[in-house]
Write a new protein. Structure first.
Length: 601
């Protein structure tokens, strides 16, 4: 019995629901997790498995996206694995587009994928390929399989094929067309190629074993008729290979050594091996064959990573397109301000395994914070402005206070912040009747204006509805930060501020998680037995809030994709789409700490 059959001979006992238990990984995991794929490559190199290769690359991997949507966060894990491991071992990684379904693929998606992979920091040189590059070879191999008695044209309908397929515990039944002769099969297949038949009237199937315990080995379809315009080959073809047929052929043609796939392809590996075994026996490729190795896909809380669901969110306008900063696409993450280094750190930190696991979204956010804390310069922004009037400060006077651009990087220097009689402070920094341990402004209390003076609160102004509209203070002239005697004033409150006369008023978008629950669409305790939840019902209706903020004047010069830490508020980025010269618009990337964890306590 061949190896692929031995591996799956007990598949009938497996049920789809019997997956490894879901576990949760917290931000306190080690900084570098295990990677069994790295160990597999090391073992192959030690054993000289790929020494008799025609090229000079010890390791060749590939990242093979289908151009039918934008890449999401799960793809980032695969990109970092395939490109990162190839680079680590002095090999090459191919960018290959599996464009075998013309009805769902567009050039827009090809361009977006290229842009995303480059943005993550990876380069594939001349190794850019398309499945459509190989349509001629795939057709040639299909005719070979027919001639070898390993494939046949089936004329059953899709429903009839499904009925003949059997179940996990019951074998399938042979199609009445399974025993067509080679000449008849070749004639029908060539007529399929010539466009004589309608979509769905025939398919080409591999002839393997309809009684196999692995349903994927029960004569899988390898070609179907599809009269559709292809984004690259145009109308040259009206039959297209199935992905499971195209994938191993592409790997073999490109001399791939390690074909890393997610676990849903594990049951497809026997067909992968069977097909290459037939083609190697036919002399089409020199050994050794590529090997497929599976790892668990990324499962992340508070998001959906199903391409079908992402398309639904876009098509139904629950989000503002593929690059909406709330959407877990790489284009959305980039626009939100997630740095590419954060995704690479995240991929290394969570590692790879064979076990399904649910990664807390906070792990991803913490990786982003870690990168941004080191790289982002600091600025001051007041998101909920309240006017502060310093009554004893001269009305026509302005001076400069100085703030470090990065507290941990003195080499980045300091910047000047204008100071005047009227300032903007955060509304939460003043209360008339303070609770215990409140150290900011209230009548009679003193607090320091960060980088500036100590002030004593004297009173406040209110509108007709009793809302505070301005706070009055006196400043202590000898208390300016950095001057002799400033340390004589021991105050606990430290407030950030922006000079009203010089502030940059700006819309700031406060983005939050797109979904309000960790597992969108999943059943919950107490649900009625017949209740079916729609993941769309779990959308977080407060995932985007726009505020009119007052920003320090230096931020007016920010360019698209410039990232900053707004003191006290988190990390923000100048929107790469909506920002204009001298008029940037800012998005919140991530808060300074995990606010969701605090809410759940």
């Amino acid at each position: 019995m061949p190896a692929y059959a031995l591996e799956f001979r007990d598949l009938a006992a497996r049920q789809p629901s019997q997956h490894p238990s879901i576990v949760t990984q917290s931000p306190k995991e080690p900084s570098a997790a295990s990677n069994f794929l790295r160990a597999a490559i090391e073992a192959d190199l030690r054993g000289g498995r790929y020494l008799p290769r025609a090229d000079d690359q010890p390791v060749r991997t590939r990242f093979p996206p289908e151009p039918n949507g934008y890449l999401h966060f799960g793809h980032a894990k695969s990109i970092c694995l395939n490109f990162g491991l190839a680079e680590e071992f002095g090999g090459a990684c191919h960018l290959r587009f599996d464009d075998t379904n013309p009805t769902k693929e567009e050039q827009e998606y090809v361009d977006a994928i290229i842009d995303a992979v480059r943005w993550l920091g990876f380069d594939w040189g001349d190794d850019e390929y398309f499945a459509s590059d190989y349509f001629g070879r795939m057709y040639e191999f299909a005719e070979f399989l027919i001639g070898a008695g390993k494939a046949y044209v089936d004329s059953l309908s899709a429903d009839e094929m499904r009925a003949h397929r059997g179940t996990l515990t019951e074998p399938g039944k042979d199609s009445p067309f399974r025993n067509r002769g080679i000449e008849e099969n070749l004639d029908l297949f060539r007529r399929m190629r010539a466009g004589e038949f309608a979509d769905g009237s025939h398919v080409l199937r591999a002839r393997i074993d309809m009684a196999s315990p692995n349903i994927n080995m029960r004569d899988p379809a390898i070609y179907r008729i599809r009269h559709a315009h292809h984004h690259r080959s145009g109308d040259d073809w009206c039959i297209y290979p199935m992905y499971t047929y195209a994938h191993p052929i592409e790997d073999a043609l490109e001399n791939i050594t390690h074909s890393f796939c997610t676990l849903e392809f594990e049951d497809q590996r026997p067909f992968y091996d069977w097909l290459l075994e037939q083609l190697y026996a036919g002399g089409f490729f020199p050994p050794p064959a590529p090997q497929q190795i599976e790892f668990s896909r990324l499962n992340l809380s508070y998001v959906v990573l199903s391409k079908r669901k992402l398309i639904q969110l876009v098509d139904e306008r629950h989000v503002d397109g593929w690059d909406d900063p709330r959407l877990p696409t790489l284009a959305g993450g980039r626009r939100r301000g997630y740095p590419p280094e954060g995704f690479r750190l995240f991929a290394e930190r969570i590692g790879v395994s064979k076990a399904d696991s649910l990664i807390e979204y906070s792990v991803l956010e913490e990786c982003m914070r870690e990168v941004l804390n080191d790289s982002a310069e600091r600025r001051v922004a007041v998101l909920d402005p309240l006017k502060l009037i310093i009554d004893n400060y001269p009305e026509d006077q302005t001076e400069e206070c100085f703030a470090p651009n990065h507290p941990l990087k003195p080499e980045l220097g300091r910047r000047a912040m204008p100071f005047g009689r009227e300032l903007w402070i955060e509304r939460e920094d003043f209360v008339e009747d303070p609770p215990k341990k409140y150290h900011r402004l209230y009548p009679g209390n003193m607090a320091r204006l960060r980088y500036g003076y100590v002030v004593r609160c004297t009173s406040c102004d209110k509108d007709d509805d009793g809302n505070v509209v301005a706070v009055h203070c006196d400043y202590l002239p000898d208390s300016r930060s950095g001057t002799p005697g400033a340390d004589n004033y021991k105050v606990k409150g430290n407030l950030h501020w922006v000079a009203a006369a010089h502030a940059y008023p700006c819309d700031v978008r406060l983005f939050d998680r797109l979904f309000a629950v960790p597992a969108p669409g999943a059943r919950r305790e107490g649900d009625a037995p017949d209740l079916v939840r729609d993941f769309v019902d779990d959308l977080n209706r407060s995932s985007r809030v726009v505020v009119q903020a007052q920003l320090e004047p230096a931020l007016r010069e920010a360019k698209a994709e410039d990232r900053f830490q707004f003191e006290r508020h988190g990390y923000f980025v100048a929107d790469r789409v909506d920002s204009r010269q001298h008029r940037p618009v800012f998005n919140r990337t991530v808060t300074l700490k995990d606010s969701w964890a605090r809410l759940s306590r």
